[in-house]
Design a protein around this ligand. Structure first.
Ligand SMILES: Cc1cc2nc3c(=O)[nH]c(=O)nc-3n(C[C@H](O)[C@H](O)[C@H](O)COP(=O)(O)O)c2cc1C
Length: 308
C-alpha cells in the first residue's frame, strides 16, 4: 500500500488483483474503445470490465434495445453486439496501464479456449465469464442454467490462463450459490454477482412488447436488493472473493454491497444518466466515509453484515 497515493485507504485486493479503489465499470456499459477506458481511468475508476466479447463479431438486435422503465431501472436486449475477438484484441493491444478485465461470452468450450489464447498475452487483469448466452445444444436454455456446461467452460478457460477468472452469475433456474460453487470448483477465482434479470414490458397502446427481442434484462435500482442478497449468500457459503453488481447509483450502495461481502462493486446502468464523472464523485465520497469512520482501509467493512 502506497501511503502517498491519494486513494491508499480505498485500495482493495480481489484474489491476485490489486485495485486503487473498489469501483468497476460493469460489462456492456459505455462502449468498448481504449479511448473510453482511458477517460474512465482519468475519472478514477478502479477497473473496467469490457463488453462481452465473442469469437465472431455479433450485430445484436434491432432497436429499441435499451429502455428506461422509470425510477432508475432499465430493460435491455442488446443481443451481445460486439466486434469479435480479433478486432477487439487489436483495440486492446494499445493498452498499457488501464486495469481491464475482459468479459467473455460463448456457447461452447472451444470458443472460450480460442478467445483466451488470443487475449492472454495482452496487458489485462483477467477475465469475467458471462454465462447469459444461449446454449449451443440445448435450445431455449442459457449456459448459466446448465451446471455441466459451466463446469466445462470454466475448466477450459482455467487450462488456458494463469490470470484470475471471475464467473458472473445471475438469477436463473439454478440457485446462485450452487452456480457459484460449480464455478469455483472448476477453477474460477472470483464470483461477480449479478447479471440482469429476465423481464419484459408491453406498450398498452400498440399492444406490443416494447423491446424488439420482446424479453430483455432488468437492471438498475429495482435489482439492487436482489444483488445484495446474492452477494451476501455467496460470500457466506463460498470461500472466494465476490464482486457485487446491480442497481448501484451512489457511494452508499457501494458500502452496502461491501458490507454484504463484496470486495469490489461494479456500476452499470446509472452511467447512462450520470456519465463517467460518477466514478470521481463516488470515490471522493467513499474516501470521506472511510476517514469519518476512522478506518485504515475500506476493506475493513467487507462482509461486516455477516456478524449479525
Ligand atoms: C445496455 C446493457 C448492456 C449490457 N451488456 C452486458 C454484457 O455484454 N455482458 C455482461 O456480462 N453484462 C452486460 N450487462 C449487464 C451489466 O453488466 C450488469 O450486470 C447489470 O446491468 C446490472 O448492473 P446495473 O444495475 O448497475 O446496470 C449489460 C447491461 C446493460 C444495461
Amino acid at each position: 500500500m502506497d501511503i502517498n497515493d491519494k486513494n491508499y485507504n480505498l485500495s482493495v485486493e480481489i484474489d491476485k488483483i490489486h485495485l486503487r479503489n473498489p469501483t468497476m465499470l460493469a460489462s456492456g456499459i459505455l462502449g468498448i474503445s481504449q479511448s473510453i477506458f482511458e477517460r474512465l481511468y482519468k475519472e478514477n475508476v478502479g477497473a473496467v470490465v469490457t463488453k462481452s466479447i465473442s469469437v465472431n463479431p455479433m450485430k445484436g438486435y434491432p432497436n429499441p434495445t435499451v429502455i428506461s422503465i422509470g425510477g432508475g431501472s432499465y430493460l435491455n436486449a442488446v443481443g451481445l453486439s460486439n466486434p469479435g475477438v480479433d478486432a477487439f484484441s487489436k483495440e486492446l493491444s494499445k493498452n498499457k496501464k488501464i486495469p481491464i478485465m475482459i468479459s467473455l461470452v460463448g456457447s461452447s468450450e472451444k470458443e472460450f479456449s480460442r478467445m483466451v489464447k488470443v487475449f492472454d498475452s495482452l496487458s489485462i487483469l483477467g477475465y469475467e465469464i458471462n454465462l447469459s448466452c444461449p446454449h449451443v445444444s440445448k435450445m431455449g436454455m442459457e449456459v448459466g442454467d446448465d451446471p455441466e456446461a459451466v463446469n466445462k467452460i470454466v475448466k477450459t478457460v482455467r487450462m488456458n490462463t494463469t490470470k484470475p477468472i471471475s464467473v458472473k452469475v445471475g438469477v436463473g433456474s439454478i440457485d446462485v450459490v450452487e452456480l457459484a460453487r460449480v464455478a469455483i470448483d472448476a477453477g474460477a477465482n472470483i464470483i461477480t454477482a449479478i447479471n440482469t434479470l429476465r423481464a419484459m414490458t408491453i406498450d398498452i397502446e400498440t399492444m406490443m412488447p416494447i423491446l424488439s427481442n420482446r424479453v430483455g434484462g432488468l437492471s438498475g435500482t429495482a435489482i439492487k436488493p436482489i444483488g445484495v442478497r446474492c452477494v451476501y449468500e455467496i460470500s457466506k457459503n463460498i470461500k472466494a472473493p465476490v464482486i457485487g453488481c446491480g442497481g448501484v447509483s451512489s457511494w452508499q450502495d457501494i458500502i452496502e454491497y461491501m458490507m454484504a461481502g463484496a470486495s469490489a462493486v461494479q456500476i452499470g446502468s446509472v452511467l447512462g444518466s450520470n456519465g463517467p464523472k460518477i466514478f470521481n464523485r463516488i470515490t471522493k465520497d467513499l474516501k470521506n466515509y472511510v476517514e469519518k469512520k476512522g478506518m485504515k482501509n475500506i476493506s475493513e467493512i467487507v462482509g461486516i453484515a455477516h456478524k449479525y
